[in-house]
Design a protein around this ligand. Structure first.
Ligand SMILES: Nc1ncnc2c1ncn2[C@@H]1O[C@H](COP(=O)(O)OP(=O)(O)OP(=O)(O)O)[C@@H](O)[C@H]1O
Ligand SMILES: [Mg+2]
Length: 228
């Protein structure tokens, strides 16, 4: 079943002819439920631009993004924010943990922000799967980089989003820890039927995905559709 689809997705930055950059042009992507897709491409090729639009963080110049059949940019900003909070979990290279909240509190914070009650059993299951059970009470500054990254991943999973979008989630980690964190992300995603779209520069990590989407100079050159 398809969870994510784009149609002619195009993003141009800058308005004057002189500083215009077409970061993404006519991108057509289709991703199935529970699929794990990696986006690879050189620096400046348009990966983050694409991911931001897939998650509704930025509006395209033209084209559409459908999540779960819904044209997300037909929503006004407020509805888009709510939609994003409920359907999408983001993991960025910087962990963005709140320093005064402990591990458990950080993980459930977005759920509470949405005015919902966390599903405690589920949250604890995620924490267990990602190996943080003994660290629930710790503050972020009492954790290693890899552990903080796992908290950020648990936080993305805990709200049961349909999709996890990750931009270089292991960019700050050594290769062994990166592989461990990625395995956890993959296993947990599968266990909870979550779709994962992840940007990486690391070929070994990209190989862990079900599919590799290659982007070059703003164009999807391979892997955009489910079977190419
Ligand atoms: N806010 C912006 N204003 C102007 N140009 C931008 C903006 N954001 C990105 N760009 C340009 O758009 C192009 C694509 O940028 P993007 O951030 O998507 O690349 P990327 O593939 O994520 O690169 P990296 O691997 O270095 O993170 C680049 O040429 C970049 O300079
Ligand atoms: Mg980027």
């Amino acid at each position: 079943m398809e969870i994510l689809r784009t149609e002619g997705l195009t993003k141009t930055y800058g308005n004057k002819e002189t500083n215009k950059v077409t970061a993404l042009e006519n991108a057509e992507i289709s991703i199935g439920q529970s699929e794990f897709a990696a986006i690879v491409g050189t620096s400046g090729s348009g990966k983050s631009t694409l991911l931001h639009m897939l998650g509704g963080l930025d509006r395209p110049t033209s084209g559409k993004v459908f999540v779960d059949g819904k044209d997300i940019f037909s929503l006004d900003d407020e509805s888009l924010t709510i939609f994003r909070r409920r359907k999408i979990g983001f993991v960025f290279q910087s962990f963005n943990l709140l320093p005064t909240l402990n591990v458990y509190e950080n993980i459930v914070f977005p759920i509470q922000l949405d005015g919902s009650e966390p599903d405690e059993t589920f949250v604890n299951e995620v924490i267990d799967a990602i190996g943080l059970t003994d660290m629930k009470e710790r503050l972020p500054n009492q954790l290693s980089g890899g552990q903080q990254q796992r908290v950020a991943i648990a936080r993305a999973l805990a709200a049961k989003p349909a999709m996890i979008l990750a931009d270089e989630p292991t960019g700050n980690l050594d290769s062994k820890t990166s592989q461990d964190v990625l395995s956890l992300l993959k296993v947990t995603g599968q266990r909870f039927s979550q779709t994962i779209v992840m940007i990486t520069h690391n070929e070994a990590i990209a190989q862990m995905a079900d599919r590799i989407i290659r982007i070059e100079d703003g164009h999807i050159i391979k892997g955009g559709e489910q079977n190419d």
